[in-house]
Design a protein around this ligand. Sequence first.
Ligand SMILES: [Zn+2]
Length: 271
Amino acid sequence: MNAFRIVVPLLVFGGILAALPSCNSTSQMSGPKRSPLWEKELGAVANTPANPQETHKELNIKVDLIQKGKYGRRILRKLEPKFITIHSTQNPTGDAYAHAKALKRGALRGGVIGYLCWHFTVQDDTVIQHIPTDERGEHADFDGPGNTYSIGIEMCEHQGNNQVATMERTAKLAASLMYHHKIPIENIRAHYHWPREGYSTPNKNCPHFLMDNGRPGEDWRWFVGRVNRHHQRLLAFDEYLRQQKELEEQQQKQNRMALIWDRFTDLFGIG
Ligand SMILES: [Zn+2]
């Protein structure tokens, strides 16, 4: 009986303790950890080599640059990209074209030079480029490494835009940029990773739909995982070409040997 009295409260207490983490995780389920659903919707990234030129074409990049010497490009500041920074617009009305227009007429103020600018805006069916990848943008952290060393990509959030398709196009764009600029996967960063000096919340909850309670978690890791797999496909294409070249060389060598043997047998009347 005594033992029973002790066991029951322990069970109740244990039950409360057990419920606490699940409470916590239930509250997290409302926002983050949507990545298993996204992965299901998109399907796994193919395991086959992908041609970098074809991948670039598939991205459907429209180059619509801010005029040189104006607004976000009023001062030419060279960029040697070492990172890629991912943002989301948090704008429910503007699509990629609207952002391109706003940047081209200097409507978005802020940053070190008075005008915001970034390199690419992605929506579900297209990408628009606003500044060359060898010029610095104003999208992350004033004079911090986010601006001085990274290519900035904004993901659209306007109504009617397919968010999952936008993330996937962004992942492919990031992979393509990694490939062309030799940027490693650990240098794919959320805006969150670049603290903004002087702000009460220096680490911005951006891109917010990939953050877990305002910071990178499972969903962010899922996104980086997809970037990585797309990048692996591009690298695999280089390896595929190398192997093809090796096979061709072997074949040519065998053909030359066969030709020599034919001449030899003709000469001596063998065979
Ligand atoms: Zn941002």
